[in-house]
Write a protein that binds this ligand. Structure first.
Ligand SMILES: *Cc1c(COP(=O)(O)O)cnc(C)c1O
Ligand SMILES: [Zn+2]
Length: 381
């Protein structure tokens, strides 16, 4: 018997994983069915060298844990367990988590590893995904590993290196003219047709809430690296909010399990040229409305109409988090400053640091801070 994996956020209807549904018949987005996370890892899981050391903190798929474990053991590439090191050896209070040290060179592997293992468990034959680049590369790599066909839709403006990476894994990359939203619409059409004939899993980091069960391991790892605590402040990039939602989930989990003595401050960073969540946050609104992308060097977080935007804002507010913008003229300087310390990141990743450096210059002291290095520098040259 199949247990429900998803619950509609609007009407509460449940859907099993093997239905291949990715949105409710009523049009509501999926949340996960409630489950009890088990953390920290123990027994065999404590020895596992991938994000699946936290498999028991993820939902038991289809009520058949054995089948889920068989799936992820087949598809994992040892993603996760990334280094947590000081940005500058002379300042132990500013730490970076080197999340470009991943199989496809971005943190998206955390979510893609979980989604593709779930797709294997669901018996899917083909994956569809849309992205501004990195999520597509991640899903394409794991699809190759799982032996599944894969279609990735990207905006025509995507960095040619990211497209080359997607195609290298054997996926079909479709370049869609127009906005990021036009790309999402093209993928949605392909995913809808594919799900209807029972073969295609929409491996979307926006629609599928299982993605955040992967990204939440980012915070679990920090907790373990710091010896069972979190830092005072966590800076996170905010486009669609996949890392933010994962981080909020993890902080929640750790609190519920009684493993946090103090809650960290979450600072989510948007590009000033495309900041719909910041706009709602600053005006005190609970609803994130689409904006027009005015252009930014941080293409990876330039999401003008984030599908889960209001949910991200609510999750951040519930934890006392902040939403800030990165000064556009500080992004390239931040990228150089990181490289001068040995860390070469893609431009998007530097935006988070531009915001942080700006606040430090303004005299803000946020204690021990952890910032992510989300994507490798060679992805955007
Ligand atoms: C995906 C991505 C982000 C932003 O993540 P969201 O989930 O869209 O908030 C930031 N930096 C890099 C390098 C990314 O690939
Ligand atoms: Zn519904």
């Amino acid at each position: 018997m199949s247990h429900d994996t998803y619950i509609c956020s609007r009407c509460g209807t449940g859907y099993p994983l093997d239905s291949l549904a990715f949105i409710c018949d009523c049009g509501g987005l999926f949340d996960l069915a409630p489950f009890k996370p088990d953390f920290p890892p123990s027994g065999d899981f404590a020895a596992e060298r991938s994000i699946f050391r936290y498999a028991r903190a993820m939902p038991p798929f289809l009520g058949a844990e054995r089948r889920w474990e068989d799936s992820w053991r087949r598809t994992t590439m040892g993603e996760g367990l990334t280094p947590l090191v000081s940005l500058d050896p002379s300042n132990p209070d500013v730490l970076v988590k080197v999340d470009y040290a991943m199989p496809t060179l971005s943190f998206k592997d955390r979510g893609a590893a979980v989604l593709v293992a779930a797709a294997v468990t669901a018996g899917a034959k083909r994956l569809v995904q849309d992205s501004s680049g990195n999520a597509g590369a991640s899903v394409a790599a794991y699809a190759a590993r799982a032996g599944m066909a894969c279609d990735i839709f990207v905006p025509a403006s995507t960095s040619p290196r990211k497209v080359a990476q997607i195609e290298a894994y054997g996926a079909k990359a479709t370049l869609v003219p127009g906005t990021r939203e036009d790309t999402a619409a093209a993928a949605l059409e392909a995913a809808t047709a594919g799900a209807r004939n029972g073969t295609t899993f929409y491996a979307s980091h926006v629609y599928n809430p299982l993605f955040y069960q992967g990204t939440k391991t980012y915070v679990y790892e920090i907790w373990e690296s710091l010896g069972g605590r979190l830092p005072d402040t966590l800076y996170l990039p905010l486009g669609n909010g996949t890392l933010v939602l994962g981080a909020c989930t993890a902080v929640h989990d750790l609190e519920r399990l009684g493993l946090l003595s103090r809650r960290p401050k979450l600072v989510a960073v948007q590009a000033s040229g495309c900041a719909p969540v910041h706009k709602a946050y600053a005006s005190g609104s609970t609803v994130v409305e689409p904006v027009v992308n005015m252009g930014t060097a941080a293409e990876g977080i330039a999401i003008a109409a984030p599908m889960r935007g209001s949910l991200v804002l609510t999750a951040l507010r519930a934890l006392g988090g902040e939403v800030v913008t990165a000064p556009e003229d500080g992004i390239h300087a931040a990228r150089h400053a990181l490289a001068a310390r040995g860390f070469f990141v893609e431009t998007t990743s530097a935006a988070t640091f531009a915001a942080f450096f700006g606040r430090v210059s303004a005299g803000l002291d946020e204690g021990v801070v952890v910032l992510p290095l989300c994507g490798a520098g060679l992805k955007s040259l």
